[in-house]
Design a protein around this ligand. Structure first.
Ligand SMILES: [Zn+2]
Length: 592
């Protein structure tokens, strides 16, 4: 499987990379769960892609294997080894030894799991080494870990002094923990998809906005991996990244955000190889204007419309998400301002492509991005009943929003033993959680219980998700139950099973809102789902309190969290709710 990722790496084939360090780097990314699955695109950029799920499973497997150091997983040991290689002075012969040691550790870990005792390389190992370093004579001599495997087998005198006590496998990432987080993502998406007229482009704009955020986070991942290594990433998800940096990363972050739009960023020391995920869409927006002389200014304007971000030190950060934020607004744009009439008798494509219709650049970008994302999403579906199209058009019939409860506790609480909660423990929990979570979301969204493409995950920036159900137009007035209700029940069960299996001390649950659209607009349906989710979160806390679980009502710094009395929900006639395995969701009264 590792070989598959090496062979399928986009761009130049791995064996043709002349520097061993670059080939090694690809292997480290595979081990860490961050291989490129498309041009500069990582599994977490597109977590429901089959390749992404496979990559995360592979890395989680390596995380389940023991390493030569007691209590440390093989994945952690290898990531630490990579960090210590990064700290070496680049003496080539010495570095080569380290790369071989890395390879040997990986092979030995897998050998032990399968009980392989063979002295020489196995067939599979030969194929793997061939795909990574090639089996050409010169490469076999310098890159293959012959001596290192021999050393493990006890046939050779010591190779390197640090290997005896494995000192090179302990945490050696130098630097301090930094974080970057996008704020107000949900409000930002609502702002940019708002529209008085109820056209289907609302859904396209929502998809576009969430895809663009993913693009920005992807660019950040790319820079962090490039500058500090895969092992430096401690927490990745929910619109935030926390990582170990050797220096204040502010400039790097600015550069990365710029490169969401333009790969050709000319700053000192930055990687210039980046290709933005949606560069074609950005080009379309630029080309609306014919020749633009100052593209740089153009990119700056687009960049300024991203949601605000915060660069912080996790040790002294106080969550404060209540401040008001102003989002971008273009005076003439009919989507930014409802006083402006949307020109009649124009097709959608010309509405967004012709500048005389006054749609602003950012709305236009979101539209193109959303369309691209829709194509991408439906291209990867691999299960589900085939759709019986009696009418070609579909419409959004219901929307669910959900958010995991107290996920932060999972990464910060010190439940497992008396050991201090090390960065490694956080890094592992965060990664393992991501890998499981997306597997579960994939299973419930792509379930064979629904028709292909019937459920779409619009928002995938971390644990806060918007799910939309599409139905054929001719079922508009059907009273059939929403499939999203079934989906949420499935999700509650799966999270509960996962808690039993992996996170015994922390029950994974969610709070959600499910809104049936009826005759309203998509926008209203979305706002309603958000409101239900908001209530649900507070009633859930009240429910936990009534069950003596006070810890869920206290923030990280001891601040109390708001809650509602759960009994009120029980007595309410205005909404219905469902409580399953301690997950709670609220819906319109008619939905269940
Ligand atoms: Zn606009």
């Amino acid at each position: 499987m590792i070989r598959d990722f090496i062979l399928e790496w986009p761009g130049e084939p791995t064996v043709l990379l002349t520097q061993i360090s670059k080939r090694h780097q690809r292997l480290v990314q595979i081990v860490g769960g961050y291989p490129e699955i498309g041009i500069t695109s990582y599994p977490l950029d597109w977590p429901l892609h089959p390749k992404s799920l496979k990559a995360m499973r592979l890395s989680r497997y390596l995380d389940s294997l023991p390493s030569p150091i007691e209590g440390m997983s093989l994945r952690s040991a290898l990531l630490n080894k990579d960090a210590s290689i990064r700290n070496l002075n680049k003496n080539e012969a010495h570095a080569r030894k380290s790369y071989r040691r890395f390879l040997a550790l990986l092979l030995i870990g897998i050998r032990e799991d399968f009980g392989i005792k063979q002295l020489g390389f196995t067939d599979k190992e030969l194929m793997f080494l061939g795909s990574l370093h090639s089996s050409a004579h010169d490469r076999v001599g310098t890159c293959w870990p012959w001596d290192e495997i021999e050393y493990y087998n006890g046939n050779k005198a010591k190779v390197e002094s640090t290997w005896e006590n494995n000192a090179d496998l302990f945490d050696s990432a130098q630097g301090e923990l930094w974080g970057v987080k996008f704020k107000k993502i949900q409000k930002w998406i609502l702002h940019w998809s708002a529209s008085e007229s109820d056209k289907d482009w609302t859904a396209t704009l929502i998809r576009g906005a969430s895809a663009l955020i993913e693009g920005a986070i992807s660019s950040l991942r790319n820079q962090i991996i490039h500058n500090f290594g895969v092992g430096s990433i401690i927490v990745d998800g929910g619109g935030r990244l926390e990582f170990i940096a050797k220096y204040n990363p502010q400039n790097m972050i600015d550069a990365a955000l710029r490169m969401t739009f333009s790969g050709a960023y000319l700053g000192p020391g930055w990687s210039l190889s980046y290709q933005p995920k949606f560069s074609q869409e950005v080009d379309k927006v630029i080309n609306r204007w014919g020749d633009i002389s100052d593209k740089d200014q153009f990119y700056t304007r687009l960049q300024n419309n991203l949601p605000p971000h915060e660069v912080y030190r996790p040790s002294d950060r106080i969550e404060d998400d209540d401040e008001d934020v102003e989002f971008g607004n273009s005076k003439k744009c009919p989507l930014c301002n409802s006083e402006n009439q949307i020109p009649k008798d124009v097709s959608w494509s010309s509405l967004f492509s012709k500048v005389e219709n006054n749609v602003c650049d950012f709305h236009s970008l979101l539209y193109y991005t959303g369309k691209a994302q829709r194509y991408l999403d439906s291209a990867i579906r691999d299960r589900g009943k085939s759709l019986k199209y009696t009418s070609k058009e579909t419409f959004v019939s219901s929307i669910a929003r959900l958010d995991l409860n107290s996920l932060g506790l999972l990464f910060t609480s010190e439940y497992d033993d008396s050991r201090e909660l090390s960065l490694d423990v956080r890094r592992r929990r965060s990664f393992r959680f991501n890998s499981h979570w997306w597997q579960i979301i994939h299973e419930v969204v792509d379930s064979s219980n629904y028709q292909v493409d019937r459920i779409a995950a619009w928002m995938a920036a971390g644990d806060d998700i918007i799910l939309a159900e599409y139905r054929p137009m001719n079922q508009k007035n059907s009273s059939e139950e929403s499939d999203l209700g079934i989906l949420l029940s499935n999700l509650a069960f799966k999270l509960s099973d996962l808690s039993d299996e992996e996170f015994q001390h922390h029950r994974l649950t969610f709070s959600g809102g499910l809104s049936i659209r009826g005759d309203g607009t998509i926008q209203n349906c979305l706002v309603q789902a958000e409101e239900f989710e908001h209530w649900s979160k507070r009633f859930w806390r009240g429910y936990m309190l009534s069950n003596d679980n006070e810890e869920y009502l206290i923030g990280r710094l001891g601040e109390p969290k708001e809650y509602f009395d759960f009994e009120k929900l029980r007595k309410s006639n205005d909404v219905s709710f469902k409580l399953s395995r301690d997950s709670l969701w609220i819906s319109d009264s008619m939905s269940f």
